[in-house]
Every structure is written in structure tokens, then in C-alpha cells.
Design a protein around this ligand. Structure first.
Ligand code: ZN
Length: 284
């Protein structure tokens, strides 16, 4: 099942460009707002599994917002792929990788224009994003996927000057400028994947492929992330976990590369779809 947020209303995606309004199709039982769907996720899944929905109507992808538009928490995971830890100059974490917040104000849908912070070095990080579907505290790894509504594509855009300045790194701020957390184009439930623990992800700038990885190489895979995180914090329906990025970011290159005005960044998660960001200068 594919669930999207079209202009603030929950829709089921029936084909690549057709969607059905959930509120109308369920005779008012679910929606129209998207967050209420995650708060009633089990009932919603049951309804969606048996409901007969019409073929839907065409929609424009630029009208889509974030698949989970009002998470209580957005968590990022650092150094969660060996090859990315190496290019970042760190030892791969043996235990739980570093966790940081991405503030909710940076969240957007899949197709956006992003202003590059003046004097900054803005970098790309394609990631699988997990959307929580059931409140999770002290969850065992074996039960973790039962607490997931689905997954989507995410870009953990990162301004490296802010991120790395000061006596201690500022991950939360450096990764939370306006538009720095695009997600989408929609949520896809885990049953749609041949192997939910082995999903391909890729990003490219103006057609040049810069990252190409698979989630089977996550140091802390999704079940372990949820188990370890839920030992400390409560995860709520609609919460997002940016699960980490594979190698190929600009900071890890020789010479280093960063995004410039006029470039287009396309981030793809296999079985989900793509995000498309264009960049403009902060100096206008
Ligand atoms: Zn990241």
C-alpha cells in the first residue's frame, strides 16, 4: 500500500499518477488529515486491506507534502554504513550509532526548491526513512517491524560549516535549515518489498550518480535501530527515523564537493520513488 499527503489530505496511490482520497473512500472514517491515519494505523491498515477503492484521479507530484507531515520526533542516524564512516574519518560504531534530531521545521514533501545557506557547505545524504506506525517502548528487534507503518525516501541535507563548528558538533542545527528534510513521494508498506531489509538507494546531481547503496549494509539495521532507540525514548506513530547514508557524500570526496545554485539533486529509494530538489543561492 502506498499512502501520500496531497495538499494536506491523505490519499492512497493507486498508480504512479492516480490517487484516491482516503476520507471520501472510507465514508469519513479515516482522514482527511494525514497524522490521524498514523494514530489509527492498525485500523487503517485493516480497512485498506479489504476496501474496494475506485481507480482514483490524476494528480501532480508537486502537490505532495511529506508522507508524515507532523511527526512528534524526527531522528537522524549518523555513521550507519561502514563505507560512509570511513569516508567521514571515523571508526565504524560498534554499538548504537550517533543519534541526532532533525527539527520538524525542516520537513518538506518530495519536490522542492531549497535555498543554500549563505557561507555554508551544503551536502547530500540519501536515506531510507522509517515511519513509525505503533507506539514503541522497549521493543525487541524481532517485533520492531510490527511498529513500522512503512518507509519512504529522505534527503538528510547537511550544512557542514554549521554542523562541524564549535567545541562540539551541531548536527541538529546543521541539518535543519528550511527544506533540509525532504521526504516522499509517499509511504510504502514493508510488505511491498521482496526483502524489506535490502532496499537500494541512490542519489545523483544533474544526472551524475554520487551515492549508490543498499540497506542490507546498514551497521544497525531497522529492527536494531528501533530496539535500541526504544530502550531510551518512546517512538510515536508518525515519527521519522532517517536511517543513515551510504558513502559518496561531498564532504568525503577529494576534493570536497558541495551543492551549488542551479543544480538538481535526485534521490531515489528503490520500490518507493524519487525526491527532486533544486537549489538557489542564499544571496539574493
Ligand atoms: Zn544522514
Amino acid at each position: 500500500m502506498k499512502l501520500a499527503n496531497r495538499d494536506g489530505r491523505a490519499v492512497l496511490i493507486t498508480t504512479e499518477d492516480h490517487a484516491v482520497d482516503v476520507h471520501r473512500a472510507s465514508d469519513g472514517r479515516f482522514g482527511p488529515d494525514v497524522p490521524m491515519i498514523y494514530d489509527h494505523w492498525d485500523e487503517f491498515r485493516q480497512w485498506a486491506a479489504t476496501a474496494t477503492v475506485p481507480p482514483g484521479e490524476p494528480f501532480d507530484i508537486t502537490t505532495l507534502g511529506p508522507p508524515s507531515p507532523a511527526p512528534r520526533q524526527v531522528l537522524g542516524v549518523g555513521l550507519n554504513y561502514d563505507d560512509h564512516a570511513v569516508e567521514s574519518g571515523f571508526e565504524a560504531p560498534g554499538d548504537l550509532p550517533p543519534i541526532f534530531p532533525k527539527f520538524v521545521s525542516s520537513l518538506t514533501g518530495p519536490v522542492t526548491e531549497v535555498t543554500l545557506p549563505e557561507g555554508g557547505n551544503t551536502d547530500w545524504e540519501v536515506e531510507l526513512v522509517v515511519v513509525i506506525g505503533r507506539e514503541a517502548t522497549q521493543v525487541a528487534s524481532a517485533d520492531a517491524w510490527d511498529h513500522v507503518a512503512g518507509v519512504t525516501a529522505g534527503q538528510d541535507l547537511s550544512e557542514r560549516v554549521t554542523q562541524l563548528r564549535g567545541p562540539a558538533p551541531q548536527f541538529g542545527l546543521g541539518k535543519s535549515f528550511p527544506g533540509f528534510s525532504p521526504t516522499g513521494p509517499w509511504l510504502v508498506t514493508a510488505d511491498e518489498f521482496a526483502d524489506r531489509d535490502d532496499i537500494g538507494l541512490r542519489c545523483e546531481i544533474d544526472g551524475e550518480i554520487l551515492q549508490d547503496g543498499r540497506t542490507r549494509n546498514l551497521i544497525a539495521p531497522v529492527p536494531r535501530l528501533i530496539a535500541d532507540l526504544s530502550r531510551v525514548i518512546t517512538l510515536y506513530p508518525g515519527d521519522l527515523i532517517f536511517s543513515g547514508t551510504p558513502a559518496g557524500v561531498g564532504l568525503g570526496r577529494e576534493p570536497k564537493r558541495f551543492l551549488t545554485a542551479g543544480q538538481t539533486l535526485v534521490s531515489t529509494v528503490e520500490g518507493v520513488g524519487e525526491l527532486r530538489q533544486t537549489f538557489v543561492s542564499g544571496r539574493r
